[in-house]
Design a protein around this ligand. Sequence first.
Ligand SMILES: NC(=O)c1ccc[n+]([C@@H]2O[C@H](COP(=O)([O-])OP(=O)(O)OC[C@H]3O[C@@H](n4cnc5c(N)ncnc54)[C@H](OP(=O)(O)O)[C@@H]3O)[C@@H](O)[C@H]2O)c1
Length: 240
Amino acid sequence: MVGAAGSCGTHLPRAARRAPFRARAVVHGPTGRRRVAGLGVHEVSEADLADPDAVRQALENADFVYMIPPAFHPEEDLFTLLTLHAVAPVQLVRAALPGMLSAEEGAVVTVASLLAFNAGGADPRLPRRTLYLAAEAATLGFTRTLAGELAGTPVRVQVVCPGVVATDWNNGAGRDLPWAMSPEDVASAGLAGLRLGEAVCVPGLEGQAAALDALLAAGTALLAGGNRPALAARYTDSRA
Ligand SMILES: NC(=O)c1ccc[n+]([C@@H]2O[C@H](COP(=O)([O-])OP(=O)(O)OC[C@H]3O[C@@H](n4cnc5c(N)ncnc54)[C@H](OP(=O)(O)O)[C@@H]3O)[C@@H](O)[C@H]2O)c1
């Protein structure tokens, strides 16, 4: 469990205890180590997610990885945000996947955000989100496409996309919102979704399969429609 000492991560051990795993908590440092003490994990290791070697060591012999990157406010440091939200999941998969494939079992769960589906949206009530959304969309696209590439192997891949969660993220903006989900529920949704064979888990969404099918159909139509040798008429209209 990467991010095991965070708001969502500290609820994972309880959810995982119902399954027959040995659980390793990967924490950032001594503070995280103190936070996970007493949660019932079997091992604790420390790693800076920005360091690929540390990630590789922390995941040694793991056959199930659940990664929750740190919650960042959209306005925080550009490099850190993109590294921890978009690059670290790729490094994590590169570290863990070869072992899982040779052991012929395993699972990878990443956590992104429902905002990842909202590129181009202009709702003024949402927080400033350009970089955060781009990083989460990278993880969504990466994990979802990887799930397709690994279909037919024993390794399962899933991305969890929560909506607003009642944590300290964004100065605790979600804490008082009636539509905020608890971090406990987010943590257990991924594990339940994995048992259901879901590549994408949106914890609060009813009718998820139909919604994702519609989204994929729209994307596929756009790809097919745009993949032509000729320019669209609006670009050849001399009045343009
Ligand atoms: N809250 C929401 O409304 C919401 C909505 C949708 C999606 N999400 C996503 O859900 C996730 C929420 O996670 P959370 O609330 O559990 O996060 P969190 O409470 O911020 O916990 C993140 C953990 O990561 C650790 N960490 C920070 N920098 C690190 C680094 N460089 N290397 C290794 N570990 C590091 C922190 O440890 P230290 O404190 O010891 O540094 C902390 O224990 C985030 O990815 C967020 O984007 C949140």
